[in-house]
Design a protein around this ligand. Sequence first.
Ligand code: HPA
Length: 266
Amino acid sequence: MSALADALRSHLGARVPRVALVLGSGLGALVEAVEDARHIPYAALPGMPVSAVSGHAGEVVIGRLGGVEIVILSGRIHYYEAGDPAAMRPALEALKAIGIEILVLTNAAGSVNPAIGPGEVMLIEDHIAFSGRNPLIGEATDARFVGMTTAYDAALRTAMLRAAVKVEEGLHRGVYMWFSGPSFETPAEIRMARVLGADAVGMSTVPETILARFLQLRVVAASVITNMGAGITGNELSHTETKEVAPTGGARLARILREALPDIAA
Ligand code: HPA
């Protein structure tokens, strides 16, 4: 087992979480609902990939959410930080090693669908890896040929949709398209994304979903929409806006997730 997995296990003690949650930009407030929370800075975990992006706390939070034992990664490293699409692999491998079976991925994203607005939440049903990069390039085993037909687990998606109805929060469904970033898209790229079948665009999540399926983790993912894609409103986009708007949708997503977690973990 890696030093990172060993360290996580020692912090867990007698706890045996099966669910891990990765929080996207500006979504750190989801941690506030965690009971018996224990915070471990990434810097204190050997081999933990550290993101330097503002709006990412950079800590592991262990505790219970909706009564379910959980490991939260508050902050993730992105492909655009160092050009490595597999940057999250050591973290996901460590989660697998400590017994995690289900990965909940969240992100902040731009909408390219006029029916999905800022502050709203979209359940990811499928994705388009538009960056063209794949985190499994260089993997030498046949396990690299990962099936992606049902990458986003149908039963887990149903649990999220049911939970949203129960807590009376809207939950859109759509396709997430991964751009490398870190520059935002152009208006022409956003029009292209729409034509190609995307509902939202963002700079994360897809490589983690591919790695998680490689590791045979079940995946469910949601986007918090922070803005309309470039050119839709004429406003310039900024990371400041992402961080400012994310908590609105983040609070919605937190309510849905807390309700869904018992079913997700069942
Ligand atoms: N594009 C890409 N990533 C994003 C956006 C966007 O419009 N908003 C938040 N993250």
